[in-house]
Design a protein around this ligand. Structure first.
Ligand SMILES: [Zn+2]
Length: 397
């Protein structure tokens, strides 16, 4: 079975989106958890963006030694130099250079001709390779780039020393058949050169980021760029947990394996929610509070007889705590704090008091408070996201 690399960009594409910024300590905590999860590359930031970003990448690279660390740079010398500086302490650095290649971006955003773009790509990759062993090149807006020009871009990037070619659907415009066809075309043109990995990076503007990523896998891509909880620019990136669980559940169909420890998915998702304060929708695939809840009587009956009737993955597989929750009216706050910790929450004293109040109120109505009830309460109370707070403010206004 072919192995597929998971490139996590939670700390870069995810972190740069509104409401998801993290300080350096939080980035390091998250990076350690991503290493535990088993991702193949951690993209830690965009060093030219600020001194803080550069320092954060340096610190992540210093602290996390067992996973390659990537830093992003535009195809400009000051950008690339900043990324090289940030990656200097890394055990396994990866320089990630990008340039937009669609005519629209070249004309409107960069004011560059195609020839100038090819020249910038070649010279910056060569410059990067003098300092960093592994260089990835991304053709931004590849999904809307003329396919012949895209092939030429790839040939030039490989010729200059890039060993990973990422062809993003930057604006989330592609549909699976088209996105897969783009990779097939490029592979055919390049003749599958040894040592070069094709990579997909999809956005969810039309809700197809995961589907497009999987179509890319079918077309021979062996690196997927994704984020925990699918956070990222606008509607977000492909959700890491959805990609890897789909590949695991439908292993025979895809024929690739990843190094992800699935049981770390739920704790990782909860840690990100806790750090950023942005909660996951209850109906979110794989890690939502309701992802394993069964409400309808017919479904509950089936699950009791055999979980396979309505569950294609068990909650334990993705790390939802197996221990059933026995939180009654008489449970203490310490037991509650431990249960919350199991779920990845570290409540403040005030938050714990509020969760406790709601749990005991619920226990008055129903004998036991179940695991999913606690998840729902914790979602509502602990470090609620800006969206939830804004919605509350709007509804009381
Ligand atoms: Zn992106």
């Amino acid at each position: 079975m072919d192995s597929l690399r998971i490139f996590d960009t939670t700390l870069r594409d995810g972190e740069q989106s509104p409401g998801f910024s993290m300080n350096t300590a939080e980035k390091i905590r998250m990076a350690r958890q991503l290493a535990k999860l088993g991702v193949d590359v951690i993209e830690a930031g965009f060093p030219i963006a600020s001194r803080g970003d550069l320092d954060a990448v340096r610190l992540v690279a210093t602290e996390v030694r067992d996973v390659p660390i990537a830093a992003l740079a535009r195809a400009r010398k000051d950008d690339v130099s900043a990324a090289i500086e940030a990656l200097e302490p890394a055990a396994a650095p990866r320089l990630h250079i990008f340039l937009a290649t669609s005519d629209l971006h070249l004309r409107v955003k960069l004011n560059m001709s195609r020839e100038q773009a090819l020249e910038a790509i070649a010279s910056m990759i060569r410059f990067g390779r003098q300092h960093v062993g592994e260089v990835e090149f991304s053709a931004e807006d590849a999904g809307r780039t003329d396919i012949q020009f895209l092939c030429e871009v790839c040939r030039v990037a490989v010729g200059a020393g890039a060993t990973v070619l990422n062809l993003p659907d930057t604006v989330g415009y592609a549909v699976p058949e088209e996105y897969g066809a783009m990779f097939r075309h490029v592979r055919e043109y390049l003749g599958d050169p040894q040592g070069v990995t094709l990579s997909a990076h999809c956005h969810d503007d039309l809700g197809m980021a995961v589907a497009n990523s999987l179509a890319a896998v079918r077309a021979g891509v062996r690196q997927i760029e994704c984020t925990i909880n699918g956070i990222g620019e606008r509607a977000g990136n492909a959700a890491l947990e959805e990609v890897v669980v789909a590949l695991a559940v439908r292993k025979e169909s895809f024929g690739v394996s990843t190094g992800i420890h699935l049981e770390e998915l739920f704790p990782t998702s909860r840690m990100l929610s806790e750090i950023t304060g942005a909660v996951v929708a209850p109906n979110k695939a794989v890690v939502g509070a309701n992802a394993f809840a069964h409400e309808a009587g017919i479904h509950q009956d089936g699950i009791i007889k055999n979980p396979l009737t309505y569950e294609i993955i068990s909650p334990q597989t993705v790390g939802v705590p197996a221990r059933s929750l026995v939180l009654g009216k008489h449970s203490g706050r310490n037991a509650l704090r431990l249960s919350l910790r199991d779920l990845g929450y570290e409540p403040s004293d005030g938050e714990l008091a509020e969760v406790y109040r709601r749990v005991t109120a619920l226990a008055d109505q129903q004998k036991d408070v179940r695991h999913r009830d606690l998840v729902a309460i914790a979602h509502q109370v602990i470090r609620r996201g800006a969206v939830a707070v804004a919605a509350e403010a709007a509804s009381t206004a």
